[in-house]
Structure formats: C-alpha cells, structure tokens
Design a protein around this ligand. Sequence first.
Ligand code: UD1
Ligand code: MG
Length: 451
Amino acid sequence: MTDRSCLSIILAAGLGTRMKSDLPKVMHEIGGLPLVGHVLKALQAAGSDRISTVTGPDMPALEKLVYDMVPTARCYEQTERLGTAHAALAAKASLEFPSDDVLVLFGDTPLVTSETITMVRQALKNGADLVVLGFETKNPFGYGRLLARDGQLVAIREEKDATDAERQITFCNSGIMGFSGEHALSLLTAIGNDNAKGEYYLTDAVEIANERGLKVVAVRGTEVETQGINTRAQLASCEADFQRRRRVEALESGVSLLAPHTVFFSHDTVLEADVVVEQNVVFGPGVRVAKGAKVRAFSHLEGAQVGSDSVVGPYARLRPGTVLGPDTRVGNFVEVKNATFGSGAKANHLSYIGDASVGSKSNIGAGTITCNYDGYLKHRTEIGAASFVGSNSTLVAPVKLGNGTFVAAGSVITDDVQRDSLALGRSRQVVKDGKAKQLRARLQAKKDAKS
Ligand code: UD1
Ligand code: MG
C-alpha cells in the first residue's frame, strides 16, 4: 500500500432518470447497500484518507449515508449538471488543498474493488501524472474510447465525438481517473465545453495533460467491476455479478455452499470457516455466522448472529437483534426477533420468540409464542437456564421464568415463575366414561329426525 495521501471525489449528482424512481440513482441498492456505499467502502479499503462527494440538489438521504459511513467526508452540491468535469469542480474547495493522489470516481459504479483503486494509486506513485482505468468490452457503444500510443494515453474520445475508426476501439474509459495532486485542479479548470454535447468532459483532461507534456497512462480493470448502472435491468445484472463474487469469496474462505447460485448475500455478511449453507438461503444485512454452524435450506436471516456449531432451519427466520450462542438449535418455522439464546438452547419447531432471552440449555417446545406486544408497547420475556417450556405455551410478556423451571404444555403464563418451579396455566381435563357413545347416539337421532 502506498504511503501517499489520497483525496477521492465521487460524482453522484445524477438523478438517474432512466431508473424511473424517486430515489437518486446512487441510493439504489446492491447487496443491501446503496451503490455509492460500495464505492465508499472500496475507497476506505484502498486507504483514501479524504473523501468528497458531489451530490445533486435536494439529496438529503445521500448526504446522510455519506456522513454516516465516513464522518470525515465532505459533500458538495452541483446545482446544474454541466458535465463530469464541472461536477468534479463542485468539490473545488477540497481540490485547493490537494492530497498526493486525487481520484475521481462515479457513484454508480459499485463493483470497483479496492485492489483496482490501489492499482490506479500505484501508477501515480510510479510517476504518472494522470491515470485512467480502462477495460476491454465487446460492446463499447456509449463509452469513451481510449486512444493510446507507445504506452502513453493520448486522448479519450466520447461516443458522440468519435470517428468511425475510433468507434472500433474496444478499450474503454471506466470513468475512474487518478490525478497527481500537483496537477489536478489546474487540469480540471482548463477543461472547456466545445464538444457534441456542450458539456465539460472530465475525459478532456487527458489531451490537456498531453499538451503539457505530462505522463498519462491507462491501467486495465475488468468489465464486471467497472460496469455503471443506469437502468433497473443493469441494477439487476450488477446484483447478480455481486452475488457471484460473494459466493466465490465464501467458498474460498472455507464455507460450504451446497447450491451456491441459490444463496444470497448482503454486502456485510460474515460467514466463518466450516459454516455450511444449504439451498435457498437469504442473508439480509448484518448477519454473522460463527464457525461450524449450519444454515439449513430456505432460511432467512437479517441482523442476526449465529454461534458456532449451531443449526438454523430449515425454514427458519432470524430477524434483527437475534443473538444465538454456540450449539443452539432454531428449527423449522421458528421466528426469532431481538432475542438471545444461551449456549445449547433450542427452539426446534413452529415458534415465535421475540424480545426475549432464553437461558443456556433451555428447551422451547413446539408452538411456543412469546406475546411481546399489547398493541401499544413491546415487553420482554426472560427464560432462565435449563428450563423447559412445554408445547403450545403462550408466554404473556412481561414475564420471567427462573432457572430450571418447567412449563406444562398448553399453558398461558402471565405470572413470573420462580426457579425450579412447575407452572400449569391450563384448565384441568375432565373425562366422562362412555359419554362419547351416548353423544353419538343422540346426534344421530337428531339427524334422522330431520330427514
Ligand atoms: C462517462 C465518461 C465516459 C465513460 C463512461 C463510463 C465523461 C465525459 N465520459 O460517460 O468516457 O466511458 O462515463 O461509464 O466523463 N455526473 C454528475 N454531474 C454531471 C454529469 C455527470 O455528477 O454534470 C455524474 C453522473 O451522476 C454519473 C457520472 O458523473 O455518476 C457519469 O456521468 P454520465 O452522464 O453517466 O457519463 P457517461 O456519458 O456515461
Ligand atoms: Mg454513465
């Protein structure tokens, strides 16, 4: 990693008209994180110590995201959209104090990796004054083409301004550029708008740098990581590429995925080694699964931690605030929300456990429900260690069950149960000998009388 300082400017002022959405384009999500959030993460991982984001007018949610993710970031508003160079200059105040490296990136290019950003920075460290990240594509239509000669990048030609011969070029501009801090502001301010679109093109910095005798190079990234998003279809295809990448990373880090293409990750999913994930599992944001745990088929997890060697599912739903200790079991059709399970605790079948704590080695019987909500407020259920809650019990919160308690099946528990006590909250069974036979005879007689 280079020890040079780095200012990054993310262009995110576009409305994304083709998304047909009320959201600014860069706020659409991939892997549960807005597009621009991915760029912020990659920049941080690549050691960019200053980040400026150029937003459009009235994009408070975008500004909030940027400040939440990078509290030291700056946001600048581009009030009129006059082109990519004009957008970069909206952050002029930060360019007046340039870092060693100045990167300009697009907020709608979420799959760019920190390794690739580092490669751009490395080229600056090696003496380039301007670096452009390019990529090869079979379909160059719409992209700026890179015109190189003897290792020097001499120009970028936009589609609308290119000659037929230039349009044949398949090496294209990704939109990611690196400037040496020394030249950044002066190159950007020299850019004019004398072109087919009448816009200030960032890409013109290449020709201006050449006129000044500066060293300009192109480095090569992949088409997948440099893809930009303009439409919902591109968003969906980028999501698919993101998922493919995450699946490969999981497999390489020692996780077994029985059917990788049916497992869906979030940007921050953490699966430790020897985790096994069966078919059709969805990880929403904020999930961590410790080593040796198994997530069985058709489970949905979000905001949840699963302890080592636990088994979740099949058909389990873990909602935010779930913390399962080691060796726990959460079985089929069990929903857990904002609840902790101590080590070895089990809820194997058909339960709702919400706003609760379940002590270690406790067993929650089939059909147990914590009644955590009275229509106004949420209340907690606390179950001690080594307790047994019989099937089809209803625990009406707030309620506490001590260690070693035993709740009889079918109970409605409204009062606290002290340690090692047996609680029965159900009506007593009555058996009347021979009465069933009599009842049947009476009912049959009634039916016969009607016909
Ligand atoms: C740009 C590049 C092109 C490259 C392509 C890669 C220029 C002139 N062209 O073209 O060489 O191959 O990206 O996808 O740079 N933006 C603003 N304010 C503006 C204009 C743009 O913030 O006034 C932002 C947009 O929100 C977007 C990014 O800059 O995130 C790129 O703008 P866009 O209009 O998509 O440029 P392209 O025509 O795709
Ligand atoms: Mg574009």
